[in-house]
Design a protein around this ligand. Structure first.
Ligand SMILES: C[S@@+](CC[C@H](N)C(=O)[O-])C[C@H]1O[C@@H](n2cnc3c(N)ncnc32)[C@H](O)[C@@H]1O
Length: 230
């Protein structure tokens, strides 16, 4: 098990408690949305003050691989679980011009909108059967990025299908998952990642591990490539 590094951090503790509850009895999408609505006004200030670096690390990983795979900064990128837009801010630093975002929580989307970085920004839910609640058509983007959102109590392992769904064949998928969530048997993330390889939906490109913020566990950053249609 892991411990949270600070006690005096109400917004995060609420979300963290839901993650612990998910290990025992499960949680609902409504509960996680309520937690983020309650946290929406201070989310960004809180986590940045605590040294949250996930968006910067993920953006660096994705950009490195986009370049290696021959994409320019004209690549179309979708930020899934974009929240207040921290990932968009990082991608903009590298000169990417087309960044869209989807998130469950309208209050966070409003903050993202105010940054003027994203093109399309819309509410949608990851993890639904056949990606029907995401609101984004298949094969639309050169890459997708998803940071801090594939987690216990947040998006189920089926959310990985949404990542594959939105990118064009040959496009890149970048996401983070904390050790806690990856290693929890009930999360099913590992199995789903392997299954997508086995059925030929994506192939592994790279992974990178680093200490997580606020907790004593770590965080993985993965990059996969959607398999080209033969
Ligand atoms: C820890 S925040 C990460 C936000 C942003 N990516 C960042 O790094 O700052 C988790 C995000 O997941 C979103 N979320 C939770 N469940 C979701 C779902 N089923 N579909 C889409 N977004 C979801 C929340 O609204 C929240 O914005």
């Amino acid at each position: 098990m892991y411990t949270v590094a600070t006690e005096n951090f109400d917004g995060y503790i609420h979300v963290d408690n839901l993650m612990k509850k998910a290990l025992k009895e499960g949680t609902t999408e409504e509960e996680i949305k309520e937690a983020y609505v309650a946290w929406s006004k201070t989310y960004e200030k809180d986590i940045l003050n605590q040294g949250y670096g996930g968006p910067a690390v993920a953006a660096e990983q994705l950009v490195q691989k986009l370049k290696e795979f021959g994409y320019t900064n004209d690549a179309r990128i979708l930020d899934l679980g974009c929240g207040t837009g921290l990932v968009g801010e990082e991608l903009k630093k590298y000169g990417y011009k087309t960044i869209d975002g989807v998130d469950l929580t309208p209050e966070l989307l409003e903050s993202a909108k105010a940054k003027g970085i994203y093109g399309l920004l819309q509410q949608g839910s990851m993890g639904s059967p056949e990606c029907k609640d995401l609101g984004i058509g298949a094969n639309q983007y050169d890459a997708t990025i998803c940071v801090g959102t594939l987690a216990l109590a947040h998006v189920k392992s089926e959310g990985l299908d949404d990542l594959v769904h939105v990118v064009k064949p040959g496009g890149l998928v970048c996401f983070s998952i904390r050790d806690l969530s990856l290693n929890a048997p009930q999360s099913g993330y590992r199995e789903k990642m392997d299954q997508l390889c086995e059925v030929g939906k994506w192939k592994f490109v790279a992974k990178h591990h680093q200490a997580a913020y606020l907790t004593d566990d770590g965080k993985w950053f993965f990059v996969y490539q959607k398999v080209e249609i033969a």
